[in-house]
Design a protein around this ligand. Structure first.
Ligand SMILES: Nc1nc2c(ncn2[C@@H]2O[C@H](COP(=O)(O)OP(=O)(O)O)[C@@H](O)[C@H]2O)c(=O)[nH]1
Ligand SMILES: [Mg+2]
Length: 187
């Protein structure tokens, strides 16, 4: 936002914090759809290699630990293809302060590979970052195979930082997921 006053162009402070966060989880679990929903409030049926660049940017307002409103500029990194992943793994994780770990509640295999993603994040960074588990595609109620109890138990067992049931299709908990991650990323 630029405020123009005569010849003076003052750039307002747009954010209090800037944080890189990463989308992780099995291919097809809905990572890109969630980022798209977060950015555009829309759901897109086709797979779109969305952003062109390596990350999407959006600011969110959250309460910090003292209850103050702060604006966090999130740089959300999302992998386009799975193939090149080995090659870019290091740069993908580097500097990230949080992750949304996504699985597809209609496909058990995506739930079973969750530990692999947690390990990979830790190995790449040499430390633990805040991770929020997203049980995605909960709009597909009749196809669901992973229950709320299973999701919550996983979060307990692996000491993750949160659990949300999401749908990129109807938008359920999508804003909430990024807002919570933003809050953890500054704490
Ligand atoms: N019904 C439903 N479909 C979804 C949802 N999220 C993603 N999808 C679909 O699942 C497929 C894979 O999504 P995508 O975002 O490409 O997964 P990614 O590989 O993790 O990035 C696409 O066909 C999406 O349209 C959701 O919440 N509900
Ligand atoms: Mg994707």
């Amino acid at each position: 936002m630029f405020h123009m006053r005569g010849t003076t162009v003052a750039k307002a402070a747009e954010f209090d914090f800037m944080r890189k966060v990463v989308m992780i989880g099995a291919g097809g679990s809905g990572k890109t759809a969630l980022v798209n929903r977060f950015l555009t409030q829309k759901f897109s049926e086709q797979y779109i290699v969305t952003i062109g660049s390596q990350f999407a940017v959006k600011t969110v307002s959250v309460h910090d630990n003292n209850g103050h409103d702060v604006v966090v500029k999130l740089l959300v990194w999302d992998l386009a293809g799975q193939q090149r992943f080995d090659f870019i793994r290091g740069s993908y994780y580097r500097g990230s302060k949080g992750a949304l770990l996504v699985f597809d509640t209609t496909r058990k295999s995506t739930f079973l590979e969750l530990p692999k993603w947690i390990e990979e994040t830790e190995n790449a960074l040499g430390e633990r970052i805040p991770i929020i588990l997203l049980a995605n595609k909960v709009d597909l109620v009749h196809e669901r195979v992973i229950t709320t109890e299973m999701g919550k138990a996983f979060v307990e067992e692996h000491k993750l930082n949160g659990y949300l049931e999401t749908s990129a299709r109807n938008g359920q908990n999508v804003e909430e997921a990024f807002a919570r991650l933003a809050k953890h990323s500054i704490s």
